[in-house]
Write a protein that binds this ligand. Structure first.
Ligand code: NAD
Length: 380
């Protein structure tokens, strides 16, 4: 089976899909591996590292796409790239299938099997393939680094002959994978951390990393069978906003990571709350690119609102591209290895597999994922 790995073309993207050590492992599985010249450069790996691993390096992107049986990459494709691929080929990448209806339809129409990294189920067995978690974990760390860089104060308490500096107050809204890592990182830097999440099970996890959990009685919240938060009612959101207001006002840093899977993120920090914060405070909005948890945050920009620095940078894991690539590459390789038929030396699209069917979006000219199919047909 011919596996092809193109160079990421999105401006500013330095993460790479496959590191040389995983390229070597793909070749060891018996894959005929082709990479586009320069594919590894973002994370510091020249073409020669891949030729040593057993891959063939090509300059011809069109040839790479049109002859691939399996295409591995990080970002979603361009429409014209889908048209270059041969019928029956497999494409694995992030895909954002809830929003990228044009891409999903193009994959369907071209008879390509599209596998979405976002749709890997959050089960124990699939943890090693879970790119959402690996990248969110790093994003949590990066958000704290960014806040610390922009805050005109230090995080830890410092007792010196020149006086005592109080620890910074950090409030984290949303304590999933990214939020918990942000909490742990801020704690390691010596900040006083408070956090809130709507899923009741999270309170214990927050306390276990040394932070205070803000108790807010929202009534019934719960989580889905996959462990995701359920969408709050407008009344519940209002209760949450009022309860958070005082904590936000005394925070030096607010980090927001609240998401409801497949939906627009809720706005949880409003303009008047920002105005209530001390000038020089910092807010990092992880959701800025997808709609924002913070009123006034701008995707990929750092803006000032009432003297507060509001950071809306996207691709946070990309700020630590080497480690992010290492983890994404491991996720991608594990997915391939788990579905690899060693005798036939090929990736099997098996609808009886315990993990794969949930992340297959299109196959054989059909949209096979029922959630996405319903959305495309206007049903959900
Ligand atoms: P996510 O990115 O979908 O959401 C981030 C957090 O925002 C979640 O914790 C969510 O509860 C929270 N949130 C939503 N609305 C909120 C609101 N109004 N206010 C405050 N917080 C709000 O979540 P995620 O980080 O991808 O994790 C989702 C779930 O998957 C978690 O339960 C996590 O533990 C679980 N998970 C399981 C595995 C595994 O078992 N292999 C791996 C990774 C994640």
């Amino acid at each position: 089976m011919r596996i092809a790995i193109p160079k990421e073309s999105h401006p500013g993207e330095n993460r790479i899909p496959i590191m040389p050590d995983h390229a070597k492992k793909l070749c060891a599985l018996g894959a005929d591996l082709f990479i586009e010249s320069g594919m590894g450069l973002g994370a510091g790996f020249p073409d020669s590292d891949y030729t040593e691993a057993g891959a063939t390096v090509t300059q011809d992107r069109h040839e790479l796409f049109s002859n691939a049986d399996l295409l591995l990459r990080l970002r979603k494709p361009e429409l014209e790239e889908i048209a270059m691929m041969k019928q029956g080929a497999i494409h694995i990448s992030y895909l954002d299938p809830f929003n990228e209806h044009g891409l999903v339809n193009a994959f369907k129409d071209c008879g390509i099997t599209a596998i979405s990294m976002e749709m890997i189920p959050r089960s124990t067995r699939s943890q090693k393939m879970d790119a959402l978690s690996s990248q969110a974990n790093l994003a949590g760390y990066v958000m704290v680094m960014q806040a610390a860089t922009h805050l005109p104060r230090i995080f830890p308490m410092m007792m010196t002959p020149a006086g005592t500096l109080k620890p910074a107050n950090v409030f984290v809204i949303g304590a999933g994978v990214a939020g918990l890592q942000a909490i742990a990182t801020a704690k390691r830097l010596g900040a006083k951390v408070t956090a809130f999440d709507t899923r009741p099970v999270v309170a214990e996890q927050v306390r276990s990393v040394g932070a205070k959990f803000l108790e807010i009685d929202l009534g019934e919240t719960g989580e889905t069978a996959d462990g995701y938060a359920k969408q709050l009612t407008p009344e519940q959101i209002e209760i949450q906003l009022q309860a958070q207001k005082a904590v936000i006002a005394k925070s030096d840093v607010v980090i927001t990571t609240a998401q409801v899977f497949g939906r627009k993120p809720p706005v949880l920090v409003t303009k008047d709350m920002i105005e209530g914060m001390a000038p020089g405070s910092v807010i990092v909005d992880m959701a800025a690119e997808t709609g924002g948890n913070v009123e006034g945050s701008v995707p990929n920009e750092i803006v000032q609102i009432a003297g507060v620095t509001v950071i809306g940078k996207g691709n946070l894991a990309g700020e630590v591209a080497r480690d992010a690539s290492q983890m994404y590459s491991a996720n991608l390789f594990s997915l391939v290895e788990d579905n690899w038929n060693k005798e036939d030396k090929k990736f099997m699209v098996d609808f009886e597999h315990d993990i794969l069917p949930g992340c297959i979006i299109t196959h054989g000219g059909e949209v096979t994922n029922t959630t996405i199919k319903n959305i495309l047909e206007g049903g959900a």
